[in-house]
Design a protein around this ligand. Structure first.
Ligand SMILES: [Zn+2]
Ligand SMILES: [Zn+2]
Length: 344
């Protein structure tokens, strides 16, 4: 079967890979109908997240169950399904406490041997371990390009907002308007935020945030701190979501948050990063961080997508055949796309 593989920094290629086979009794094989290119795939593409050359990448997928082991009870052969970007065992210390994202035996699709040696979803077919936890049936009438968001982007945005306990009537800020940031704007609005201030330097992304009901602030053409000061009478925002994953974004988030406010560091931080801890302490800020617990969130996220409360369709800017993945990565790398959906 055909699969998109990492070769070297800046190079992905379509290769022929062996067909996946059931290994454990709770495995399933999924024929992929649609698969996304994600910001974290770009970390691999650039070599910042090292994986073995020839490994299949990708972790966002919708498809049909081709085969399922004896212990798979929640989906069946022939079901149209979507999947989470990672798997969890369901029985370790962390899973029993609902922290599936911190499972001791968690494996992430398409991230090489460092994260569980699980071949990726940018392929014709995919082995899905722990299918009872990892997969969900696609709700009746939901398109692949909507369902695709449930197991990663929308789940991550949901995690970013709910981890801050945003209450109706509060003021939220979202820094970085990639797909996760833009979905976080929608989740914050749906959670009752009185206003959402959306910050980025790409005009098209600011326009999408505005269409979702946010107030757009241009990162370099406007003074973000002054704009927030003016909008809040100098108080600052109740909640700020850093959907960038860069020290300067985290620093801005800490400065925009009001005293006793909450900050969610949702962007990926893999390295040491200095923050002004004195400011965090003096302001009594709460900082939430880490990868999203998408397995815990996938059901409510599907309800919100199904009800149209969350609508990711404006984020899908490119549809391409799987065979054109290399071109897709190049486009994504140039920040010309929000979400590229590949179809095998
Ligand atoms: Zn992703
Ligand atoms: Zn576990």
């Amino acid at each position: 079967m055909r699969a998109v593989t990492f070769q070297a920094p800046g190079e992905v290629r379509i290769e022929h890979k062996p067909e996946p086979e059931l290994v454990a009794p709770d495995d399933a094989i999924v024929a992929v109908e649609a698969t996304g290119i994600c910001g974290s795939d770009l970390h691999i593409f650039h070599g910042r997240v090292p994986i073995e050359p020839g490994f299949t990448i990708g972790h966002e997928y919708v498809g049909t169950v081709l085969a399922a082991g004896d212990q798979v009870t929640r989906v069946r052969e022939g079901d149209r399904v979507l999947g989470c970007f990672l798997t969890a065992c369901g029985t370790c210390f962390f899973c029993l406490r609902g922290a599936y994202h911190k499972c001791d035996f968690s494996r992430v699709f398409g991230h090489g041997s460092g994260l569980g040696s699980l071949e990726g979803a940018q392929a014709e077919r995919l082995l899905v371990p722990r299918a009872n936890l990892t997969l969900r049936p696609v709700p009746e009438g939901m398109g692949a390009e909507t369902a695709l968001f449930a197991g990663d982007v929308a789940g991550t945005a949901y995690h970013a907002v709910t981890s801050t306990r945003l209450a109706p009537g509060e003021l939220a800020g979202v820094l970085g308007l990639g797909p996760v940031g833009l979905m976080a704007v929608q989740v914050a609005k749906a959670s009752g935020a009185a206003a959402v201030y959306a910050v980025d330097s790409v005009r098209e992304r600011l326009a999408v945030a505005e269409s979702f009901g946010a107030t757009a602030i241009h990162l370099t053409e406007q003074d973000v701190r002054e704009e927030i000061k003016r909008a809040t009478g100098g108080r600052g925002l109740d909640v700020v979501i850093d959907a960038v994953g860069h020290p300067s974004a985290l620093d801005t988030a800490i400065r925009l948050a009001r005293k006793a406010g909450r900050v969610s560091a949702t962007g990926v931080y893999a390295e040491r990063c200095e923050v002004h801890m004195g400011l965090v302490w003096i302001k009594s800020l709460t900082i939430e961080s880490g990868q999203a617990n998408v397995i815990a969130h996938v059901d409510p996220v599907l309800e919100l997508l199904g009800a149209g409360v969350l609508d990711p369709s404006p984020l899908v800017t490119h549809h391409m055949p799987l065979d054109e993945a290399a071109e897709g990565y190049a486009i994504y790398d140039r920040r010309e796309a929000l979400k590229i959906v590949l179809t095998p």
